[in-house]
Design a protein around this ligand. Structure first.
Ligand code: NI
Length: 161
């Protein structure tokens, strides 16, 4: 496993549409492991392929609770229900946070790393994370959806006034 370099706001790759994964080979499995490790290093809840410079439809999510770690290939939202207004951030925008509107519940279909079809019913934070990461696969960033006036810029910890 290895930590991959993150891509940040302003990098064109974050605006591109990722391609479907047709074969889940060793390279994809290694990518999935690396993405999980990279996400953990930066204490993220989710990470999508383009954020490590790979335009493939793969996302990882970890809510740091039991059974809340997922690697999903070619995820698609097939159902949405309700609305939640939530605070959101992104590893590609290390110091920015804002309020966005997300569905309260979603159903997502995807493949797991064994190529098996999985159907995930999610609500609250998991629904939010799934929507955020799937947006990345379509070149959509949370700042596109942020409620006007709610984007906060937090100073990096190293910096002092
Ligand atoms: Ni993000």
């Amino acid at each position: 496993m290895a930590i991959r370099n993150l891509r940040y706001d302003g990098d064109e790759i974050l605006r591109k549409r990722s391609r479907e994964i047709e074969v889940i080979d060793d390279k994809i499995k290694e990518l999935a492991e690396d993405m999980m490790e990279t996400m953990h290093k930066w204490d993220g809840l989710g990470l999508a392929g383009p954020q490590v410079g790979v335009l493939k439809r793969i996302i990882v999510i970890d809510l740091y609770e039991d059974d809340m770690q997922f690697t999903l290939i070619n995820p698609v939202i097939i159902k949405e229900k309700g609305v939640q207004n939530v605070e959101e951030g992104c590893l590609s925008f290390p110091n920015k946070f804002g309020k966005v509107e997300r569905p309260k519940e979603v159903v997502v279909e995807a493949l797991d790393l064994d190529g098996k079809k999985v159907k995930l019913k999610a609500k609250d934070l998991l629904a939010q994370a799934l929507c955020h990461e799937i947006d990345h696969l379509n070149g959509i960033l949370f700042t596109d959806k942020v409620e006007p006036g709610t984007l906060e810029v937090v100073k990096p910890k190293e910096e002092k006034k």
